[in-house]
Design a protein around this ligand. Structure first.
Ligand code: BTN
Length: 260
């Protein structure tokens, strides 16, 4: 993994890159460094996490030396409600990088699961964004990226969305360093478009969730309806069975029993 340094041609992302053979969680280390003043673009990578974390307080399992495990420190000029743009950016960058390196065609399950679509979505990668905020700005954000590369999906334990890996999809292993270099290059390129329409437009075009009947378990509510669109900050707009529109900014989406 450490040979990544020779491959990077990025402007901001990976200017400082720290490799750990094993660590608790790259996100925890990146947050510790960011709060101690680490520069924007600092990247933490690891071959093994002993306490990897997913969204909604879940564990993130990745057998040693099989996956991409990375966290990026950002210091963006964003208001707190716009921090979701970083999640859009990194999920889109992961999609573009995997497509470029492997030729697979991928989608995004709202809000940020990178998936292969067959009869249903199979998860290849996840994004965990954590922020330090004041009332009117993002002080820093850490975006963690986990990609299932050369792993048997059966080794990933119980998962909410069925899992897959690049090796399972392609029938051959993928070079994790080439893939990570491509991911960081895509993040670097997209970061110039953090403001403006390009990022939400390209991200929304990849959403496999739109037009689907979904059940959404949010922080405050659970509802079922049709996912009709997303707003400028990436919140999901769902029309419930009574015809009322709901804007959902965080939560878990599953295919509804109604559309099964
Ligand atoms: C999810 O889909 O639930 C998000 C998964 C994010 C996993 C990555 S692996 C690198 C970074 N460190 C962590 O502890 N989590 C993220």
């Amino acid at each position: 993994m450490v040979r990544i340094r020779q491959q990077l041609r990025t402007r901001i992302i990976g200017r400082e890159l720290l490799y750990h053979s094993a660590i608790g969680s790259t996100n925890d280390e990146a947050k510790r460094m960011a709060s101690a003043g680490a520069n924007e673009g600092t990247v933490i990578i690891a071959d093994e996490q002993t306490a990897g974390r997913g969204r909604l307080d879940r564990r993130w399992v990745a057998p040693v030396n099989t996956c991409v495990l990375a966290s990026v420190v950002f210091r963006p000029r964003l208001a707190p409600r716009q921090a979701t743009r970083l999640t859009m950016l990194c999920s889109l960058a992961v999609v573009k990088a995997i497509e470029a390196v492997t030729g697979l065609v991928l989608g995004i399950k709202w809000p940020n699961d990178v998936v292969v679509m067959r009869d249903r979505a199979f998860k290849l990668a996840g994004i965990l964004t954590e922020t330090a905020l004041t009332s009117d700005q993002v002080l820093y954000a850490v975006v963690g990226i986990g990609i299932n590369v050369n792993v048997d999906p059966a080794e990933l334990g119980p998962v909410v969305t069925p899992a897959t890996s690049l090796r399972a999809e392609l029938g051959r292993p993928v070079d994790r360093v080439d893939l990570l270099a491509s991911v960081l290059a895509e993040i670097d390129a997209l970061y110039a478009h953090l403001a403006g329409d390009l990022l939400p437009t390209q991200w929304a075009a990849r959403l496999v969730t739109l037009g689907q009947t979904v059940r959404v378990a949010g922080r405050r509510q659970e509802l079922e309806g049709i996912a009709e669109g997303v707003d400028a900050d990436g919140a999901l707009i769902v029309r419930d069975l009574a015809g009322n529109l709901h804007t959902i900014s965080a939560g878990e989406v599953s295919q509804s029993a109604l559309s099964a």
